[in-house]
Design a protein around this ligand. Structure first.
Ligand SMILES: [Zn+2]
Length: 327
């Protein structure tokens, strides 16, 4: 029996049934309608840490920037990790054409800007070759991520879904597999004990927002209030695109034919912003329409206690509520 079924059976009709409050997030895993994460006021997540992991400079900006920005606004301390150096650039017509070296530098600078736009405390570039992660040692990547999880005391991760379909890019599924393993192994006492001698402590991550090309949607996040930050994150992605300077480039192309698009405004920055909001964010707008908000991002969300947990957090909650003093 897999752990998720085990928990589901417990909730269905046992002594742990009254723990419905803490079981809500586990329930949402199997519920037909995905849970809608709405805006919150204040900073309820103060003290928590998120790690947004991407293979390439455009992954988080396109797939999760709104939610990452939202959680940071709500109190999280955020860190951005990029696994590759993006040296392969991108498809013709996207981003900024360049040599391999120019691609590396451009994406390095863009990623620093993206981290800043999203409000991240710091960012880390792991510098693996773009499209070449298939034969990078999985254990090496896992070990590096375990180190970061323990060092930064990570509570929540964002990454490509290690179990998603329709994924062509080896960097995506390779880094995703490493993240999934690292989240679990980082909490164990016998994995890489030399890190403990250096002052780190075990730290498991059970809270995961996975994104995918064809996502298994268990959580929808209302990013309407963060859409302008998401636009800015994609505008910062100039080397890779697909946001970057495409708007101003189109405007210049039209001008050479004595035409203009009113949508793109009168200056380059406005053209880039409006292009991104209209075309690159169209998918988030469509998701929003589907789920009754203006703009949305969607995730295969793995809640604390849903998988990989060595200790069921609801037992702690039950003890806290029901334990009595010895006579
Ligand atoms: Zn990518």
């Amino acid at each position: 029996m897999i752990r998720r079924n085990f928990i589901g059976n417990l909730i269905a009709g046992s002594a742990l049934g009254p723990l419905a409050g803490s079981a809500r997030e586990v329930h949402e895993q199997s519920s037909a309608a995905p849970f809608l994460e709405r805006p919150v006021t204040g900073q309820p997540h103060k003290g928590k840490v998120l790690l947004a992991l991407q293979a390439h400079s455009d992954d988080v900006p396109l797939e999760a920037a709104g939610t990452v920005a939202k959680l940071i606004e709500e109190g999280y301390t955020g860190y951005l990790v990029r696994a590759t150096n993006d040296d392969m650039g991108d498809a013709p017509g996207l981003g900024t054409p360049g040599t391999i070296g120019e691609n590396v530098l451009g994406n390095e600078l863009d990623t620093a800007k993206v981290a800043q736009v999203l409000g991240c405390e710091k960012h880390f570039d792991l510098n693996y070759s773009n499209h070449r992660m298939a034969d990078v040692s999985l254990n090496e990547v896992i070990c590096r991520l375990i180190f970061l999880i323990r060092l930064l005391k990570v509570d929540t991760v964002f990454c490509w879904d290690p179990w998603a379909h329709d994924e062509e890019n080896p960097d995506h599924y390779r880094v995703a597999k490493a993240v999934e393993a690292a989240c679990w192994m980082a909490g164990r006492a016998h994995d890489y004990p030399e890190q403990f001698a250096a002052g780190l402590a075990p730290k498991e991550v059970q809270d995961k927002y996975y994104f995918a090309r064809r996502p298994e949607i268990t959580r929808v996040v209302d990013i309407s209030q963060q859409i302008d930050k998401k636009v800015e994150a994609n505008r910062a992605n100039q080397a890779k695109g697909p946001g970057g300077h495409l708007g101003s480039r189109l405007q210049a192309e039209l001008a050479s034919r004595h035409q203009r698009l009113p949508l793109l405004g009168d200056d380059d920055a406005t053209a880039d912003r409006n292009y991104i909001k209209e075309f690159v964010m169209a998918h988030n707008r469509e998701l929003g329409r589907q789920y009754g908000v203006e703009y949305a991002e969607v995730f295969h969300y793995v809640a604390p206690g849903a998988s990989g947990a060595d200790r069921d957090l609801r037992v702690d909650a039950y003890v806290k509520e029901h334990a009595v003093s010895l006579k």
